[in-house]
Ligand binder design. Structure first.
Ligand code: 13P
Length: 251
């Protein structure tokens, strides 16, 4: 992690939990202690966001796992950026690999969602990452640059401070197969160089690029020690007290 970028750790709970288990998570998060030099954001299922926001220490952010690209209307089953803000939350995850690959969201739709969420003052965790067959075909860079382009096209120059990019190789998500620190660092470094070329040097230097995919208490320090890895987006381990250790990876 480079010193000018604040370390960022997100907990993506995905479609897990109930009030009883969430109470347990809130308890260990509020007890911490969490490194004050790390920005922490957790993302509960939409139905529990307001409950979590009401009980969680205010210094921990709460994120939606997804939201649609307009304020309101006939979009059964969806929620808007405005609703996330209305209940006092300030972040949203967009373009997660499960939204892309289970629910069929396109680069274009994700770009439109990023644009709308930012326009409403939400901060965005924008996710990208290649599938195993793409990596094996030598297409990792092509894929992540294409996914990044759809994001870059929808972020105004003054909005970059409200964006965190999460590089989550699909083959590492929920599989226990973490990218090695060297594999992750290589992609992060290439992404940062790409951003420098396509957006600007200052944005590339300040943009936080975090890694996701089987991050654990055991591997978080080595991953977080890489110069272009600015934190993590954690799935399974964010439901467990281990998450506190992951938040504190740079201590
Ligand atoms: P796991 O940590 O369970 O592999 O999930 C990663 C992820 O998808 C976070 O968004």
């Amino acid at each position: 992690m480079a010193s000018q970028r604040k370390f960022f750790v997100g907990g993506n709970w995905k479609m897990n939990g109930n009030k009883a288990s969430i109470d347990g998570i809130i308890q260990f998060l509020n007890a911490g202690p969490l490194d004050p030099n790390t920005e922490v954001v957790v993302s509960p299922p939409a139905i529990y966001m307001e409950y979590v926001r009401g009980k969680l220490d205010q210094k921990i952010g709460v994120a939606g796992q997804n939201c649609y690209k307009v304020e309101k209307g006939a979009f059964t089953g969806d929620i808007s950026a405005n609703m996330i803000k209305d209940i006092g939350c300030e972040w949203v995850i967009l373009g997660h690999s499960e939204r892309r690959n289970v629910f069929g969201e396109s680069d274009q739709l994700i770009g439109e969602k990023v644009k709308y969420a930012l326009s409403q003052g939400l901060k965005v965790i924008a996710c990208i990452g290649e599938k195993i067959e793409e990596r094996e075909a030598g297409k990792t860079e092509e894929v992540v640059y294409r996914q990044m382009q759809a994001i870059v096209d929808n972020v105004a120059p003054d909005q970059w401070a409200n964006v965190v990019v999460a590089y989550e190789p699909v083959w590492a998500i929920g599989t226990g197969k973490t990218a090695t620190p060297a594999q992750a660092q290589e992609v992060h470094q290439k992404l940062r160089a790409w951003v420098a070329k396509k957006v600007s040097e200052p944005v590339a230097n300040s943009l936080r690029i975090v890694y996701g995919g089987s991050v654990s208490a055991a591997n978080c320090k080595e991953l977080g020690g890489q110069s272009d890895i600015d934190g993590s987006l954690v799935g399974g381990a964010s439901l467990k007290p281990d998450f506190v250790q992951i938040v504190n990876a740079t201590q």
